[in-house]
Design a binder for this molecule. Sequence first.
Ligand code: G6P
Ligand code: MG
Length: 214
Amino acid sequence: TYKACLFDLDGVLVDTAIYHFQAWKMLGENFNYQLTEEQNEQLKGVSRVESLNRILDWANYSATSEQKEAWLIEKNENYLQLISTMNPAEILPGVLDFLGQIKELGYKIALGSASKNSEVILTKTGLLPWFDLIIDGNKVTKSKPDPEVFLKGAEGLGFKPEECIVFEDAQAGVEAAKKGGMKAIGIGEADVLSEADKVIPTFFGVKATELLKF
Ligand code: G6P
Ligand code: MG
């Protein structure tokens, strides 16, 4: 039986995926590169430094490590600016209701995000108190699709991977969950998240007892 739910942050609980996209697009202007939505899909769940490497790769741009350091800072400054006014209204539809249902059912709740900005986002949106454990980009060394972030979540809560269900909007995140031996529920489009065990468009109107039945 399942004991814990591990949630990705960006694009699952809050709509920060759009801010990451904007911040990367702004950064790309430095080297005349226009990031597409399709490419952005491949950056979801991927760490900041790995995202920059991929973008530079697509742009065929070879940057020095000093230049990369400066661009990582610039991207994050763009991003922090964009999220500075975030508030509870930016929690995605149905999320609070779903969290309430699973808490009531006795599931433990953890965050499994690649972001180093998770605390500020959880604080600004008021989501922080829901979590028994937070594993984020400050606690892991390997980017999704490596399962490290979710394995640390399971371990930190004291459960086996088979007892955990992961919620993800990213291809890399679904892959990480499956590699870790967990169930994966995709939030988004079924054709994009085809490796997930189940896919729902959003949490809106979702009945936890039905969704968590496998
Ligand atoms: C999440 C997002 C990615 C982002 C990564 C690092 O996984 O889906 O788009 O690049 O976190 O976020 P950070 O806030 O540390 O730059
Ligand atoms: Mg995400």
